[in-house]
Design a protein. Structure first.
Length: 98
């Protein structure tokens, strides 16, 4: 039993080498390496920002739809601006923006 213990102490450099090799393998060559984990984390952050943006847009659009459904003046204003609708006695002038 003592011979096995002293034998393992002699191979501590081999153990260290195996540990470093495993670290390099899992760090750079494995399917879930550090570079891939960094890319995925960055992609998750970008997608969370997009999710927040779209949630804000949904709230804003919901408020706008509510206003259009309940206020006839707002509906008329929106139709005039968006679809260039007009009354019979009106003329529309489109001014191009520079």
């Amino acid at each position: 039993m003592l011979e096995k213990i002293s034998f393992s102490y002699k191979n501590r450099y081999l153990y260290a080498l195996v540990l470093v090799a495993a670290g390099v393998w899992f760090g750079f060559f494995d399917q879930n390496n550090l570079i891939q984990q960094y890319r995925l984390t960055r992609q998750i952050k970008e997608l969370e920002k997009e999710k927040d943006y779209y949630r804000q847009q949904i709230v804003s659009d919901s408020i706008h739809v509510e206003m259009l459904q309940n206020d006839p003046e707002e509906l008329e204003r929106y139709a005039r601006e968006k679809y260039l609708m007009k009354k019979k006695d009106e003329d529309i002038f489109i001014v191009p923006e520079d």
